[in-house]
Ligand binder design. Structure first.
Ligand SMILES: Nc1ncnc2c1ncn2[C@@H]1O[C@H](COP(=O)(O)OP(=O)(O)O)[C@@H](O)[C@H]1O
Ligand SMILES: [Mg+2]
Length: 338
């Protein structure tokens, strides 16, 4: 596979023509991890192109999630739609691979057996099974005896407030959107994953249900203490849930900011009234707006610029040369007779 700098994995110039991306604009020194804490998730110099390097969907994306042992972190990734948030989550979950770059889980390259739970925005339950069977499925696949699997699934449904709906079908006919997402969260937590990835899981829910779900998730996290990576495009959601918020910029997708959120858990309605909460939301809104405006400016610049090496006709061209490299030659030989 070709690297974005036009070299193959061994450093030799490959035959595949890949255009080098623009120089990375993110100072990754800003995102250096804490050496005293173990790294749970690391993304190093991740690049993605879908068109052989003409454009870069993700460029030099770097992220380190570290956490005290058995403590976990609640990381929110905040970015506008299309900046590459879902793509990044798929890489962590080993559902997809970047063009180049490294993804480490607990210090080792991720693999198909890395235990990571995932909840998607679209309801992903098996609607022809009951809620409790949906939650028990991962355990049944692992070979856990049926009685034990169902007991644990019932306990998990109770934790997400859905015990009384355990025997309903897990699709649209018998459960609301919020209830379906509770089933999905319970299923993702049943095998005690060390990492839980959530891709805008409450995006399709109404405002009140969404708020209830955020409170539920923050509460579950306090007891489970796995590391959560939660993707959202809403600043308020990010500040309400996260103990860290990472901001992504579009065109190309990359991390441009990391914010620690110093608000105590459990978080509730009162949390959102605190001046600190409102200030943080405003700060993130501003940073997000800056990234979008910068991307728009760059897109406009790129449209104005001609393809490299082509000089538009009738345009003056400025040229510079070092005096020491200039030589005086006789013009007589090349000057046509007048
Ligand atoms: N298979 C694909 N081919 C071409 N472009 C893709 C493909 N998958 C995703 N993209 C592009 O990558 C960008 C990032 O997508 P995505 O990660 O879904 O963004 P987000 O989750 O932030 O909304 C988008 O511009 C999308 O169009
Ligand atoms: Mg997405």
């Amino acid at each position: 596979m070709a690297e974005p700098n036009g070299r193959d994995k061994n450093g030799a110039n490959g035959s595949t023509q890949v255009i080098a991306p623009r120089a990375a604009r993110t100072d990754i020194a800003h995102f250096v991890d804490n050496p005293d804490l173990p790294n749970i998730i690391e993304l190093k110099h991740v690049h993605k192109t879908y068109d052989g390097g003409k454009t870069w969907t993700i460029q030099d994306l770097n992220l380190v999630v570290d956490a005290p042992p058995e403590n976990g972190r609640f990381i929110c990734i905040l970015g506008k739609s299309g900046c590459g948030k879902s793509t990044m989550l798929r890489y962590i979950a080993h559902l997809d691979s970047p063009t180049s770059g490294e993804i480490l889980i607990n210090g080792k390259p991720r693999g198909p057996h890395t235990r990571v739970g995932m909840v998607f925005q679209r309801y992903s339950n098996f609607h022809w099974y009951s809620a409790v069977k949906n939650v028990a499925l991962p355990l049944l696949y692992q070979g856990v005896p049926k009685n034990e699997a169902y007991d644990r699934a019932m306990a998990m449904l109770e934790a997400v407030g859905l015990a009384e709906h355990a025997h309903k079908y897990a699709g649209d006919f018998e459960l609301s959107g919020g209830q379906q997402q509770r089933v999905a969260i319970a299923r993702s937590l049943i095998s005690n994953p060390k990492i839980l990835l959530l891709d805008e899981p409450f995006g399709a829910l109404d405002g009140v249900t969404r708020h209830d779900m955020r409170i539920l998730l923050a509460k579950l996290w306090e007891t489970m203490r796995c590391t959560i990576v939660f993707v959202t495009h809403e600043e308020k959601e990010a500040v309400f849930l996260g103990d860290e918020v990472w901001v992504m910029a579009p065109r190309p997708g990359r991390i441009v900011g990391r914010h620690l959120i110093c608000l105590r858990y459990p978080r509730d309605f009162e949390t959102m009234k605190k001046p600190y909460f409102m200030d943080k939301v405003a700060e993130l809104q501003q940073q997000l707006l800056d990234t979008v405006q910068q991307a728009a400016r760059e897109a406009a610049e790129e449209q104005k610029q001609p393809a490299s090496g082509v000089v538009p006709q009738n345009e003056p061209v400025a040229m510079e040369a070092a005096p020491e490299s200039a030589a005086v030659v006789s013009e007589t030989a090349s000057t046509p007779p007048t």
